[in-house]
Every structure is written in structure tokens, then in C-alpha cells.
Ligand binder design. Structure first.
Ligand SMILES: N[C@@H](CCC(=O)N[C@@H](CS)C(=O)NCC(=O)O)C(=O)O
Length: 277
């Protein structure tokens, strides 16, 4: 692992790091905020998965999470959203597929299988690296995300309920198999067999019996993607039927941007902190 940059912030350290990923076969860059802490202390970890077109930079620069993470003593990890590099296949001029749009899945179709392995990267490889290099208590993890990353947080949280104490999302895609972004990406990354799509769909996972202990979702009413792509109501219905303890909140007048995310970020961090102990 190589350190790209570190800056002192809120008494802690905001860093950007790169490493060679065996999963994606590429160099991967991510950011980590380590709050001020006593020497030798092990701190809980909050994962943040970003949305379409993003790298680690968007939330690191605009997410406004550091003050809350410093206050609650939480490590904040922000990975990239896809493999990168000139050798990685891409769909040029498509912001919702290819680079910047990894959908946190392991692709099964060519030419995507070799590099597009963001599920294994986020579930296995990056956690091991974080455990090795940072003062992280891997027995205390929670996960959150935005839009495509909200989907990633929900699905990774639902598939690994024993690992994550709480799951939250801003404007998540909740049912990609029923939305244009998901249909487009899944048919190309995963192929035509829609049965294989279900493990990457939050509503389908819940309908199939997956559960999380605590869920918090914020969705802006002025979000242009709400009705066609995000479909928050389907998640609310699935949680209600399944008896999942979910706070799914419509936030009046907020859009899909980081102006919305940063407004509620501190509240999400605090909510996770209460469950991380
Ligand atoms: N209008 C955007 C659509 C993509 C978009 O809104 N991306 C969201 C995540 S789904 C985002 O966080 N963008 C980066 C940012 O706001 O910093 C584009 O075409 O680039």
C-alpha cells in the first residue's frame, strides 16, 4: 500500500492511499479518515460506498463526515466505484456503465469478468488491507452509501448481516432489477439469466429472507432520479412485510447531490456510532 497524501483534520488524519488489487487486477485508490485516538486503541469502521461517476474523492471533499467521525471516534473508509486504468474495458460516453459504475458486483460476462470484481474487492480484499494498516476494530463495522453505493451498502449489508451492525443510505437504488440503470448494468455484467441478479438487489434479497438489524435511509423529494431509478417505496414495503427495523425518511426539497448528503451526514454517522458502541 502506498500513501498518496495525508492531511491533519479535526485532530485526526485524512489520508488517500493506493494499492494493487488482486481482485480487480488494477491499482485501486481509496481514502481513510482516522480520528484522534489513544495510542494502541482500536476503532470501529464505517464504510461509505459512492454513486455513479464517483471516485473516493467526491465524498472525501464534499461529504462533511470528518467532524462527526472525530467526535464519535470512527474510522471512515471511502473506496472507488470501479476498476481504473487504460487496460480496463469501458463503455465510453456512458456514465452509468463501465468505469465509475461497478455496481459492487462480480461480473460473470465478458469482457467485464477480469476487472469488474467490486463485490469481492469491498467484501474481502479491502477489509483485509484496512485491518492490516489502520487501527481498526473489524468486529465493529457498519456500512453506508449513496445511490449506486446506497445499493451497494444495502446489498452488502444484507448479505453479511453478521459483519455489519447497521446499514444506511442516501437516495439508494433499492430494486435495480426493476429500474433502467440496474437492467442495463446487470444484463451486461451478469447476462440474461435474471435469477443471478437477485443477490445484487436489496428488495429481492429481503424478499428472499435476508435481514439487517438496523436500517436508515434518507431520500430527497426533489431528486430527479427518485421515481424512475430509486423507487424507495419498494424498499419501505419490503421492510414492512419482513419486519425489518427501518427508518425510511423522505426529506422535503432535497435533490440527489452532495448538498443533500452533507446535510444529513453527521446524523448518519451518529446513528451508526450508537450501534457500533
Ligand atoms: N448528472 C450526473 C449523474 C450522475 C450522478 O448524479 N452521480 C451522483 C451519484 S449517482 C454523484 O454523486 N455524482 C458526483 C458528485 O455529485 O460529486 C452525471 O451525468 O454525471
Amino acid at each position: 500500500m502506498e500513501t498518496i497524501a495525508t492531511n491533519k483534520s479535526h485532530g485526526g488524519t485524512q489520508g488517500v492511499y493506493t494499492h494493487h488489487s488482486e481482485e480487480t487486477g488494477t491499482e485501486m485508490t481509496f481514502s481513510v479518515f482516522v480520528p484522534p485516538h489513544e495510542t494502541g486503541a482500536k476503532l470501529p469502521v464505517l464504510w461509505y460506498l459512492s454513486g455513479l461517476t464517483c471516485t473516493h474523492e467526491n465524498v472525501t471533499e464534499k461529504g462533511e463526515y470528518r467532524q462527526a467521525c472525530a467526535e464519535h471516534g470512527i474510522i471512515f473508509v471511502a473506496p472507488d466505484t470501479s476498476p481504473r486504468g487504460s487496460d480496463v474495458p469501458d463503455a465510453e460516453d456512458e456514465f452509468d456503465f463501465g468505469k465509475g459504475a461497478g455496481f459492487y458486483l462480480d461480473a460473470s460476462e465478458e469482457p467485464w469478468t477480469k476487472n469488474y470484481r467490486m463485490r469481492s474487492y469491498i467484501e474481502d480484499e479491502l477489509p483485509a488491507l484496512i485491518a492490516e494498516h489502520f487501527p481498526a476494530d473489524m468486529d465493529r463495522q457498519s456500512i453506508m452509501g449513496h445511490s449506486m453505493g446506497g445499493l451497494g451498502a444495502l446489498t452488502i449489508g444484507l448479505r453479511n448481516a453478521d459483519r455489519f451492525r447497521s446499514v444506511s443510505a442516501f437516495s439508494p437504488i433499492v430494486a435495480p432489477v426493476q429500474a433502467p440503470w440496474g437492467e442495463k448494468a446487470f444484463s451486461r455484467y451478469l447476462g440474461d439469466n435474471r435469477d443471478s441478479w437477485a443477490e445484487y438487489d436489496a428488495v429481492a434479497l429481503i424478499e428472499g429472507g435476508a435481514r439487517v438489524d438496523h436500517m436508515l435511509v434518507d431520500q430527497g423529494t426533489a431528486d430527479d432520479f427518485f421515481a424512475e431509478q430509486l423507487k424507495t417505496g419498494l424498499l419501505a414495503l419490503a421492510c414492512k412485510k419482513a419486519g425489518i427495523d427501518a427508518a425510511i425518511r423522505m426529506q422535503e426539497g432535497y435533490d440527489h447531490s452532495y448538498y443533500f448528503i452533507s446535510t444529513f451526514m453527521a446524523e448518519h454517522v451518529k446513528w451508526h456510532a450508537e450501534r457500533l458502541g
